[in-house]
Design a protein around this ligand. Structure first.
Ligand code: SF4
Length: 267
């Protein structure tokens, strides 16, 4: 058994013992998360001492980020912390894009299309997100896109439809996203929709109160905007304009020029 799988097995056993309460192990959630970070460093020590030499710099080399993300993805692929989701998923959906991205979009969870293709935001909402990204002057490959949950929330009795992740599922999967953010170190995060905000910030509120405001996530500026699926349900230009105004704030923060044509979208 490879080290990442062995560590995953130990973590899962400890968490199960803690959750079942029969023999409570002396391992706090913080300790478990710290263990996961130790795994990354040790994996890379074994792979390449040069990578460790470079670690700790403000902006690690892209190759190092690729390696670290691959190590996390390996653990995600083997993850069965949510047994019902591990049983029902076609595959895990880790994230896609530039490991060195300045801009990271975070949604809630894979849907049926994403579960089938193994990539986040590939359905109709994803296609709309790609158009928004292009309107901002980025290629989809330039940014990084991920979800709070790496497995599609199951819909027992029906192969169709999607459901939002539960708070427990989000809490269970969140450490993987934390690692992704820590590795990528984006300059700006965009949270897509109220569920993503709850997963990231633990805040529950109507989107009309959350969107368009700067928040921070572990020191990284975070903009909240509507999920593209909302725009598919509500096609009014005023709602599209709100999302676009949020994205212009993001462009401004990233010091990306905004043309007059861009400024007048959806007016
Ligand atoms: S949702 Fe996340 S924590 Fe749950 S089984 Fe999938 S990868 Fe593991």
């Amino acid at each position: 058994m490879q080290f990442p799988q062995a560590l995953e097995a130990v973590l899962q056993t400890l968490e199960r013992m803690r959750d079942e309460g029969a023999h409570r192990p002396c391992a706090s959630r913080q300790s478990l998360e710290a263990l996961q970070h130790v795994e990354i460093a040790e994996t890379h020590t074994a792979l390449s001492p040069k990578l460790i030499d470079a670690a700790g710099s403000a902006s690690p080399p892209k190759d190092e980020k690729i390696g670290k993300l691959a190590a996390v993805n390996e653990r995600v692929c083997a993850c069965v912390k949510c047994p019902n989701l591990a049983n029902s998923r076609t595959q895990t959906v880790f994230g896609v894009g530039n490991p060195d991205a300045d801009l990271m979009f975070i949604g809630e969870a894979p849907g049926a299309d994403e579960d089938a293709q193994g990539e986040p935001f590939v359905g109709r909402a994803g296609q709309l997100l790609t158009r928004i990204i292009k309107a901002m002057g980025f290629a989809r490959e330039e940014v990084y896109i991920a979800n709070i949950l790496k497995c599609r929330p199951d819909t027992p009795g029906s192969p169709y439809g999607n459901r939002p992740p539960t708070p427990r599922e989000m809490q269970t999967c969140r450490p993987y996203l934390m690692e992704q953010i820590e590795i990528i170190k984006p300059k700006v995060i965009v949270a897509l929709g109220a569920v993503a905000v709850e997963g990231l910030l633990g805040t529950r509120a109507p989107m009309r109160e959350l969107r368009g405001r700067w928040d921070t996530f572990n020191g990284t500026p975070l903009m909240v905007t509507y999920h593209p699926a909302y725009l598919l349900r509500n096609q009014s230009p005023s709602e599209k304009r709100k999302v676009w105004e949020d994205m212009m704030q993001v462009m401004d923060r990233l010091e990306k020029p905004i043309s007059e044509k861009q400024r007048s979208y959806f007016l």
